[in-house]
Design a binder for this molecule. Structure first.
Ligand SMILES: Cc1cc2nc3c(=O)[nH]c(=O)nc-3n(C[C@H](O)[C@H](O)[C@H](O)COP(=O)(O)O)c2cc1C
Length: 386
């Protein structure tokens, strides 16, 4: 493998190092994957304005997300089964994010637990909540996140039932993996990954097993989600969750301006414009294409963040220009983790930082907090996001 210069290089290396079923779990969308593809493709349609002969010394990428300082406005998105991309994956990614100065968000469906992350980090991380039917378990999760000092709760709204991802079904995805001939082959051809897994005891959903009543085997993610996730979750529930949590609240999975206006009424601190990385409603628009109308609807009454399809610092800049206060990356950091562990996550962040910085300069700006739609080549941008 030659030099690693872009996120795609990390993706290629991850494919060689992570067993197929887990690499595919990251690299997949629902059904035809049209929304998964659109997330990336629509960024490419937006063009930047090249500006010259302005002083571009002393540039700054520092900003804030929900009032917390970040060295650049790019957080790590919550991703399930991250500890299956690499042994102790969530702990490694959380440490990389902390050292880099950006937020790490731990998924409810993580392999390493809230307490595992707290044991290896010094600064507060964010916790992502899925709401289960078992309300005692949900309340307990919120309390555990509080006890661990988490500084934001990210409530995911777009996965009360699981979108169908063909690759996962065909692969027979499970965590821990089953020992069928196919899976044994997939693992045996990834010896580095196997060695890592043999060296850790963290191989199941540690936020859940031993905490939720009657849950011992979570190996079938879709069956478990169907049984446990609460399909009646409504806007009214946001109120009790907000009250129990009592801290900064971010609502994740808003893709429609009507929903953005509902979110505003809840008093949440931020929303994440997101289609779950194209993993839920296939056929939904890309996140970047709906960002402008959502920003217009809510104005500056709450922070608007975005995820989905960000593969470079240029994409981050485009989202910020269209009104996002912050962004998140999912797959880019997972590829880094699968490829090179903690160093790979750091590398993914460094690649994005460098691209963001150079692009900012070539657009004639010095401060990331000073960007807006005027940096975009408007005629093309309008078409792209129409
Ligand atoms: C492998 C994988 C697992 C994910 N698991 C979760 C999860 O547990 N909770 C959640 O809110 N979002 C989850 N997401 C969605 C991400 O938080 C985020 O919305 C998405 O990855 C952004 O798109 P990107 O991967 O193109 O950056 C997951 C995404 C991926 C790729």
């Amino acid at each position: 493998m030659g030099a690693i210069l872009e996120i795609n290089d990390l993706k290629k290396l991850a494919e060689r190092r992570v067993p197929k079923m887990f690499f595919d779990y990251a690299n997949s969308g629902a059904w035809t994957e049209s929304t998964y593809r659109a997330n990336e493709e629509d960024f490419a349609k937006i063009k930047l304005r090249q500006r010259v002969l302005v002083d571009i010394t002393d540039r700054s990428l520092a900003s804030t997300m929900i009032g917390q300082e970040v060295t650049m406005p790019v957080a790590l998105a919550p991703t399930g089964l991250t500890g299956m991309q690499h042994a102790d994956g969530e702990m490694l990614a959380a440490r990389a994010a902390e050292e880099f100065g950006v937020p790490f968000t731990l998924s409810t469906m993580s392999i390493c637990s809230i307490e595992d992350i707290a044991s290896v980090t010094k600064k507060p991380f964010w916790f992502q909540l899925y709401v289960m039917r078992d309300r005692d378990f949900v309340l307990n999760l919120i309390d555990r996140a509080k006890a661990a000092g988490c500084s934001a709760l990210v409530l995911t709204l777009d996965l009360q039932i699981l979108g169908q991802r063909h690759k996962d079904l065909r692969n027979g995805l499970s965590a821990p993996p089953k020992f069928t001939p196919k899976h044994i082959y997939q693992m045996a051809t990834r010896p580095r990954w196997c060695l890592g897994m043999l060296g850790t005891s963290r191989r199941t959903f540690r936020n859940i097993v031993g905490h939720a009543k009657g849950v011992g085997d979570l190996s079938s993610l879709s069956a478990w989600t169907n049984e446990q996730f609460d399909p009646r979750l409504s806007w009214d529930d946001v109120a009790w969750i907000k009250e129990r949590w009592g801290g900064k609240l971010i609502l994740k999975g808003i893709l429609d301006k009507e929903d953005a206006l509902m979110a505003l009424k809840t008093g949440a601190d931020a929303i994440i414009v997101s289609n779950h990385g194209g993993r839920q409603l296939d056929g939904a628009p890309s996140s970047i294409s709906v960002l402008p109308e959502i920003v217009e609807a809510v104005g500056d009454r709450l922070e608007v963040h975005l995820d989905g399809g960000i593969r470079s610092g240029q994409d981050v800049l485009k989202a910020l220009c269209l009104g996002a206060r912050g962004t998140y990356i999912g797959r880019p950091f997972l590829y880094g983790l699968g490829a090179l562990g903690k160093e790979g996550v750091t590398l993914a962040l460094e690649i994005i930082r460098k691209e963001l910085d150079i692009t900012l300069a070539l657009c004639g700006k010095r401060n990331i907090q000073d960007v807006g739609p005027d940096l975009l080549y408007r005629t093309v941008a309008r078409e792209a996001v129409a």
